[in-house]
Design a protein around this ligand. Sequence first.
Ligand code: BGC
Length: 515
Amino acid sequence: MHITARDLAALIPPGFTLGVATAAFQIEGALDEDGRGPAGWDVFSRKPGAIVEDHSPAVACDHYHRMPQDVALMKQLGVDSYRFSFAWPRIQPTGSGPANRAGLAFYDRLLDELLANGISPMATIYHWDTPLALDEAGGWMNRDTAYRLGEYAGILAEKFGDRVARWVTINEPATVSTNGYSLGLHSPGKELVLNAFPTVHHQLLGHGLAVQALRAANVPGEIGMTNVYSPMVPNSINPLDYISAGLMDLAQNRLYADPVLTGKYPDLIRAAKFFSAFDHPAEDMELISQPLDFYGLNYYMPTKVAVGPGAGAVPASMAEAMGSDLSAAGSGGTPFHVETWPEADITSYGWPVKPEYMGVALKEMAERYPNLPPVILTEGGASFEDIIVRDKSTNTRFIPDERRLKYLSDHLEAALRATAPGGDAESIDLRGYYVWSLLDNFEWSAGYNQPFGLLHVDFETQERTPKASYFWYQELIEERDLVNAAGAAIAQAAAPEVLDTEAPDDGVAPLGASA
Ligand code: BGC
């Protein structure tokens, strides 16, 4: 069972954002339209075997053509905010130089549509769709790509700065480095294993340059970035499992969070000889650690780690769901690997469902980073195979996705309790939660086989059908609005009636005045 929507709503603090998230490449389709240039992902996804069942992102959710309808579905859902990403190759078809006006026009329409429907836009600048021309010049192995990201952010700031409420510079650099450059599971399909480390620094530098461009343009919106975070749990009391979990924590969590939040790479990482790639100008660290208005956190699951050869952070079940046997990791992989949680419920990706670790993630973040800015959970969700139940008498369809609904409810509850007064992570100022995802979509190398949506998408007809989780989220938002309305009414009733706005001349000093 899970908490009722009403009880969950009562835990939500004032001003907390409830949203939904997507990313351009996963939903838009229309890859060759209106002057969009090719992305590295376009080419990668055409390689036989790169994507499960060779699914193509060419149409995806056809959101490029169905955007107003999708915004209407968000309006009906009642969300406060929508997190989407700008497609870099639509804005700059070759990754540098002047903007493509037709590409800008799509996001102009999207932003206007959102605002007209009372939905606050949160925009991700880079969600993995690197323009092909940049990939051909080395992608994130090339320091220049960071400068290109800064330039691209400047274009977005100037054009859309007036309407974007929250900016996420980059999304999950850890996934790009690990899946894209170490193991070859994602575009650009490089299997560099530990030699992929320059991609970490260059992405973080790109983040810093993007922040600089947004600040220089004086955008009124809040600025942050998003890292994925997974608490690392030793498989047993074997000390080598503990050391393995610690190393994995360094490589997947701290490597990306420390530079941004403390201005330093972890000492152990600097000490290891293969990290000579981190020889870089000292001023890079200042750019990377500029103050942020919020820190975005994607939490999906904890990771159980054991000593013994493997492929770093990628669980075998997940690689299988992407159609890979992780052979790239080979003997050059990591001396530790991800273990399963036999007792836990698992998603279609094989991810363990462990909502209690949401609190652990937040607690660890609070302990590690005393200067943490306000936190927004920019993604969370689960892929489960859905079944469609058809009511013949009314010819309506229903999707009883109880497991996804429970996943979302339990994780949001855990986050709210951990950050409430007296909670394990009470020092964290948690400002919002975005469900991944609004729509079933192109789940990167897993194609269309891992549905995360609140809305089911029939990829033949493009019909959207709300799942039970959609109705649950809608109810939660309605309950939250009722709690807010009741709070406002009570505050108003309790407010003293103002009879006279002039200070009485009674010789008594007003409160706060110094003697
Ligand atoms: C990414 C999304 C992805 C989701 C589920 C996150 O790593 O930001 O693009 O679809 O997780 O795998």
